[in-house]
Design a protein around this ligand. Structure first.
Ligand SMILES: NC(=O)c1ccc[n+]([C@@H]2O[C@H](COP(=O)([O-])OP(=O)(O)OC[C@H]3O[C@@H](n4cnc5c(N)ncnc54)[C@H](O)[C@@H]3O)[C@@H](O)[C@H]2O)c1
Length: 373
């Protein structure tokens, strides 16, 4: 889907990409850079994380090679050639010495990120771009740890990186235009689509798409619709997963933390207040797929049935019709899109693009509003 890899066997001359943190996101970012033909220098404090990342990247490159229109004899050579361009760096200095763009993807902890940016800033050439993949921290606060904040910005990739085409590009207040333009060019060479947004809570997708789950939870709380009814209605409207299936997959704790972050960052508006249902499930460690129960029950990793506490027996005709469910959720998303636009976070077209590519919406909110009048 990314279209990032070119079938040529000889990688093109591309910028060397540094990646700090070899977890789910760092490994994914390294993989797409290798697919595109870049050299990658990868650093993690945990050698086991590097080993896991390398094994995952190898499998990813082999899968990618098999999808390309290559001569069968060259498939293995393509993947091996790309993998050869992945190097481990034991220190941050070693990453800083080589990379033209460094993407930090360590744990979501401001103090840790600041420490890493301080070290990278001191060690890297002055034209090296320093990017963070943070989902929820302020770019400004991270850049404040450096002597050259003009070269710091957010590059927010989506999970899983090899399959998700979107990158939110988030300049801080003093990021230079030249740095933003170069970063966007590099994002495009990785086969990704950049959208620009301001350094604000949830950026675009995590804010505008918040009502996809929050409004679904409100409908459930009010008794107007069931878990299965809401999921089915949203799937019918073109989404790959309904809101409850999505929360179970992402993890109810992770969804709740994101919901809290955006709600608090925006000054605790009522319409984005996290639901008590999420709080209750997270406290009970009913976290979704990973704990075997959330909105649904999972047996051997496969979905079994709706969790007992959400089972309902509705007399026929009392549940909200599917069209009303989708319209309530869309109205809430559209209202958040309007607020996000009014706050100057991004343009209409970038909000639409971000929701389509970053949250699998069949249509962006402004496209929907203009279509439905
Ligand atoms: N997982 C997602 O869906 C997602 C999506 C977008 C953005 N993000 C953001 O990306 C970042 C990474 O998330 P993740 O899910 O890949 O986390 P993860 O827990 O999978 O990986 C984090 C990695 O950072 C390493 N690390 C910790 N301290 C380090 C240090 N001092 N130096 C080098 N490496 C260190 C850990 O060993 C680990 O391998 C976070 O900021 C997160 O908010 C995550």
């Amino acid at each position: 889907m990314t279209g990032s890899a070119t079938p040529d066997l000889e990688p093109r001359a591309l910028p060397i990409i540094g990646v700090v943190g070899a977890g789910a996101m760092g490994a994914g970012i390294a993989q797409v850079a290798l697919e595109a033909g870049s050299e990658v220098v990868l650093h993690d404090v945990d050698p086991a994380a590097i080993e896991r990342a390398r094994a995952g990247i190898q499998r990813g490159l082999e899968r990618r090679a098999a999808q390309l229109d290559l001569d069968p004899d060259t498939i293995d050579a393509w993947a091996a050639g790309r993998l050869e361009r992945l190097r481990d760096a034991r220190t941050l200095d070693a990453v800083a010495a080589e990379a033209e763009l460094i993407v930090e993807a360590v744990l979501e902890d401001l103090g840790l990120k600041q420490e890493i940016f301080r070290a990278l800033d001191a060690a890297a050439r002055s034209d090296t771009i320093l990017a963070t993949n943070t989902s929820a921290l302020s770019i400004e606060a991270i850049a404040a740890a450096t002597a050259q904040p003009a070269r710091v910005l957010g590059l927010h990739f989506f999970n899983p990186v090899p399959r998700m085409p979107l990158v939110e590009v988030v300049p801080g207040e003093v990021t230079s235009r030249e740095v933003v333009a170069r970063a966007e060019d590099i994002v495009k060479t990785l086969g990704k689509t950049p959208v620009r947004c301001t350094d604000s809570p949830g950026f675009i997708v995590n804010r505008v798409n918040r009502p996809f789950t929050i409004e679904a939870l409100r409908l459930l709380e009010s008794g107007a619709a069931s878990v299965e009814g809401i999921d089915a209605a949203m799937r019918e409207a073109g989404f790959p997963l309904g809101p409850f299936e999505l929360m179970d997959l992402t993890g109810i704790d992770v969804t709740l933390a994101a919901a809290r972050g955006v709600w608090e960052g925006l000054g605790r508006p009522d319409h984005l207040r996290p639901s008590e249902i999420q709080e209750r499930l997270a406290a009970a460690e009913h976290l979704g797929r990973k704990s075997g129960v959330g909105f649904y029950v999972y047996t051997d990793g496969r979905r079994d049935s709706v969790a007992p506490e959400f089972r309902v027996s509705e007399p026929p005709g009392t549940a909200l019709p599917a069209a009303e469910i989708t319209s309530r959720i869309f109205r809430a998303i559209d209202a958040e899109a309007e607020r996000t636009l009014a706050d100057g976070v991004a343009t209409e077209s970038d909000i639409d693009l971000a929701l389509r590519l970053g949250a699998a919406h069949p249509m962006g909110p402004f496209e929907r509003m203009s279509t439905s009048g």
